[in-house]
Structures are given as structure tokens and as C-alpha cells.
Design a protein around this ligand. Structure first.
Ligand SMILES: [Zn+2]
Length: 235
């Protein structure tokens, strides 16, 4: 990636769900953390609401705790400094006014003060991903008094590539970051999520993640890479 100036400040990932942050940019997070950048992960969705029947509050709270613990473990493996948890209803982000989501992301951006923000692609099949991308673009627009100097969108396997025929532009990466030395950390962070990972040939399997890294790497003459669209970048 372009060398990040020292005054860029922290890096913030804004993901809709647990494990999206690792699938989308876990290798880059490990690389940036290793290089001394302050990496923050934000997960906007609360996680458990779409998994359990309404009413079983105790089971829901236990699942939320487990998912947060898994996210902290994954972040620690990647070297991230902090994980911020939201409480938006999973798979129903579009039931909220967009302004509510924007305000939450704006609060995060004010708190962390990131120079670089990474988030979902706006064309993803998953509605929470699309809403998150739109909210981040608004919350991290390059106003004179804001810290954010760059925004990248990443791909989330089983969502970005499954947006068959949806209106809007497909994911067409223009930035390839070599993660050959960090692919193992990415896979270990994904393993921290336990059951979230599926057996191959599901796109969210360790083997498919390795294959995608090899494909993105080969596009740019590397053995392993993560791919991004640059939404804006000011230097
Ligand atoms: Zn997701």
C-alpha cells in the first residue's frame, strides 16, 4: 500500500459483523500493527440477534459475550490495540434510519481519530455491509477539520462475490497489499472465531481464504495479498 505518513494517526476498521474484519483485511491489520500503527477494530452489529429466537435473553447475552471474547482474541492475534462493539441489529441495519448508523460511526471516528479507515464494499449482497459502507463514507468524508485522510473498501467472502446482478459497481480492486508474512496470523485470527468458519468449499473456509489470498497476490506478482478499492486518499 502507499507508505502511510507518520502523521496519519491510528487505523480504524469498521465491520458489520464479527469476523468480517479478519476476512476482509486481517493480513493488512497484522502488517500495520507489526509496523507500529495503532489499529482499532469496530464491529457495529451486536451479533446474536438473528441467531436466536426472540425472548431467550439469557442465551442471547451469553452468545454476545462469546462473540465479543472471540473478537478480542482475534484482534490480539493480529496485534490490534482495541475492539469497539456496537449494538445494531444483525441483518436488519436497513431497518434503522441511515443517519443513526452514520452518527455511531461519526462518534467512533471522533473517539479514535483515524487517518486510515477500512470498511465494506457498498455493493455487497449482505445489507448490513452495504449500509456500513454508506455510513462510513459519510462519517469519514474528508472535511478540513477531520482526521481521516484515506478510506479503503475490502471484500468479504460470501457477500462481495455473491452480489450477482445487483445494481451499482462491482468490487474492482485497485490496491494490492502483500500479506505473505501475515497470512498465518490471519488464519489463526479466523480460527479464534471457531464455528463461524465453514468447511471447504464454502468461501468462509480456511482453504478458500488461502486461495483468495493467492489469487489476489498473483494479480500483483505476489504470493499472497489482500485487495482493496481506494475510495479516497489524500497525502
Ligand atoms: Zn458480515
Amino acid at each position: 500500500m502507499p507508505p502511510i505518513p507518520a502523521d496519519f494517526g491510528p487505523v480504524l476498521v469498521v465491520a458489520a459483523h464479527h469476523d468480517d474484519e479478519v476476512l476482509g483485511c486481517g493480513g493488512v491489520l497484522a502488517r500495520l500493527a507489526r509496523a507500529g500503527h495503532d489499529v482499532h477494530v469496530a464491529i457495529l452489529g451486536e451479533g446474536a440477534t438473528c441467531r436466536l429466537d426472540d425472548g431467550d435473553e439469557a442465551a442471547k447475552a451469553a452468545l454476545v459475550r462469546l462473540q465479543q471474547e472471540q473478537a478480542r482474541r482475534a484482534a490480539a492475534i493480529l496485534g490490534a490495540r482495541a475492539v469497539h462493539f456496537g449494538d445494531l441489529p444483525d441483518n436488519r441495519f436497513d431497518s434503522l434510519p441511515l443517519l443513526d448508523v452514520v452518527r455511531r460511526v461519526e462518534a467512533l471516528v471522533r473517539e479514535v481519530g483515524p487517518g486510515l479507515v477500512l470498511t465494506h464494499h457498498h455493493g455487497d449482497l449482505n445489507v448490513d455491509h452495504a449500509v456500513t459502507a454508506r455510513a462510513v463514507l459519510t462519517a469519514a468524508r474528508p472535511l478540513p477539520d477531520r482526521t481521516t485522510r484515506a478510506v479503503l473498501s475490502f471484500e468479504a467472502p460470501s457477500s462481495t462475490e455473491w452480489a450477482f446482478g445487483l445494481p451499482g459497481s462491482p468490487f474492482r480492486p485497485t490496491l494490492f497489499v502483500d500479506i505473505a508474512e501475515h497470512l498465518q496470523a490471519k488464519l489463526e485470527a479466523l480460527a479464534a472465531y471457531g464455528d463461524e468458519m465453514r468447511p471447504f468449499p464454502h468461501p468462509r473456509s480456511a482453504e478458500a481464504v488461502r486461495h483468495l489470498a493467492a489469487l489476489r497476490g498473483a494479480t500483483a506478482g505476489r504470493t499472497a495479498a489482500e485487495a482493496f478499492e481506494i475510495l479516497h486518499w489524500t497525502m
